[in-house]
Design a protein around this ligand. Structure first.
Ligand SMILES: NC(=O)c1ccc[n+]([C@@H]2O[C@H](COP(=O)([O-])OP(=O)(O)OC[C@H]3O[C@@H](n4cnc5c(N)ncnc54)[C@H](O)[C@@H]3O)[C@@H](O)[C@H]2O)c1
Ligand SMILES: O=C(O)C(=O)C[C@@H](O)[C@H](O)[C@H](O)COP(=O)(O)O
Ligand SMILES: [Zn+2]
Length: 390
């Protein structure tokens, strides 16, 4: 007999409802329970035409990327069979979905479908899709329920959990968004089998981040078998996913709106987002986070916070799974400009998450510009950018 899914609770703070992240296989049967009762007429009301329809969820919009067209349609058809008025809304793949134009397209589809506050959005895809789907749910009618069905390892361990939703603007990454937690998250590990290898490895960066900021067992597991860590068939895949989700769930349960603790989840992201923008989002997020963590480790070391062994460990574990460690030295002035609009900045003060030691994240306020440049010189030391190719 197979065990049921692992259920990880995420606490409701700031007046939001608690929800669960389910990790397992064949989880789509859980979807109707999360969506809520379908409002189709029962056989009795069908006979009695003119009777009021049952209250309940009537419409479900399944937002999915182009790459998952058949999955999106299968979910839509299944929901329609169960009595929901279900539509599938196809989005561009990856970061191209996270734009105001795509959000506006979704709003127009919802408007034309007559989507009301009792209706539900389901985001099926990687982190870009769940960020956009959550943002559309947060903004449509000032907030409708949504459910995340993450299909990349990155989205399972990070993006789909915690209610940070958003889109990019010309000025930078995730600059527009809302905190709008989902009603549930379904992580079906079978989805990972079709994920391209470079997308799988990119997701490992967020898992390694969880290891450095909170759960070093994650690092031990990856270092013990880096090749295994690079594939969904690896011996520790489920444990790595579960441990990383628990790190995220613990943090966002305490601080949904990033008034303090939640900033630790941004480890490596200040530089990462600047690199993503500089590369016009052709780098995967995880690849940029990898370089960003090497930079943050150097910053921590140079600021006198982080010991050499832990700083060096960043390079070894990231390189072991094939993640990039370097970026173009000549881009530093542009990257520094972009970092100034990072959401952790306060006025003219740049702020970075660094480590005081393994699993001891802290904030570094307004580091000396010379230290920042010196830390970046260590990242640039390798010369050519190699992240796009992974
Ligand atoms: N909201 C948050 O807390 C949070 C956290 C981390 C990352 N993010 C965001 O997540 C995004 C990155 O997410 P990602 O790494 O999942 O990338 P992604 O969403 O861009 O997906 C990568 C590619 O894989 C395709 N794909 C998705 N699932 C697939 C599957 N099962 N099989 C085959 N192809 C599949 C997608 O269509 C896309 O082309 C970034 O925009 C990042 O900012 C958000
Ligand atoms: O959930 C969070 O909080 C994070 O910072 C997780 C990050 O991995 C994620 O990339 C997030 O979208 C970054 O948020 P941002 O506020 O820096 O845009
Ligand atoms: Zn991230």
């Amino acid at each position: 007999m197979s065990a049921g899914p692992i259920r990880i609770p995420v606490g409701g703070t700031a007046g939001t409802s608690p929800y669960e992240v389910l990790v397992g296989r064949q989880l789509l049967g859980e979807l109707p329970g999360l969506i809520g009762r379908a409002a189709r007429p029962s056989p009795t009301t069908a006979l009695n035409r003119g009777a009021a329809r049952h209250s309940g969820v009537q419409r479900v919009a399944v937002l999915h990327p182009e790459a998952l067209a058949s999955t999106g349609e299968a979910i839509r058809a299944d929901l329609a069979e169960q009595g929901y008025e279900a539509i599938a809304v196809q989005l561009p793949n990856a970061e191209e979905a996270k734009t105001a134009e795509v959000a506006a397209y979704c709003w127009s589809v919802l408007g034309q479908t007559g989507f009301t506050r009792t209706d539900v959005i389901v985001g099926v895809g990687g982190g870009a899709t769940t960020d956009l789907a959550g943002f559309v749910a947060a903004t449509w009618l000032r907030g409708v329920r949504w459910i995340a069905v993450p299909t990349t390892i990155l989205a399972m361990v990070d993006a789909a959990v915690g209610g940070k939703t958003g889109i990019n603007t010309a000025e930078g990454k995730n600059l527009v968004g809302a905190f709008h937690p989902p009603a549930g998250v379904l992580c079906d590990l079978a989805c990972l089998d079709s994920l391209p290898a470079h997308d799988y490895v990119s997701g490992l960066a967020e898992i390694i981040k969880a290891g450095f900021i909170s759960d070093p067992v994650i690092l031990d597991l990856i270092e013990a078998d880096p090749q295994g860590a690079c594939t969904p068939a690896g011996p520790h895949t489920a444990e790595l996913v579960e441990r990383s989700i628990r790190v995220k769930a613990e943090v966002v349960s305490q601080d949904l709106k990033e008034s303090g603790l939640r900033e630790i989840l941004n480890y490596g992201h200040t530089l990462a987002h600047a690199i993503e923008k500089n590369e016009r989002y052709t780098w995967r997020h995880g690849a940029a986070v990898s370089v960003g963590m090497v930079f943050a480790a150097e910053l921590g070391r140079m600021a006198g916070r982080l010991d050499d062994a832990t700083a060096d460990r960043h390079r070894t574990v990231l390189a072991a799974v094939g993640l990039p460690l370097t970026y173009r030295g000549d881009q530093w002035p542009r990257l520094l400009e972009t970092m100034k609009v990072d959401k952790k900045s306060r006025g003219d003060r740049l702020r970075f998450i660094v480590l005081d030691g393994l699993a001891k994240p802290t904030v570094l306020e307004s580091p000396d510009p010379a230290v920042l440049a010196a830390a970046y010189a260590e990242v640039a030391a390798g010369g050519e950018a190699n992240g796009g190719a992974l």
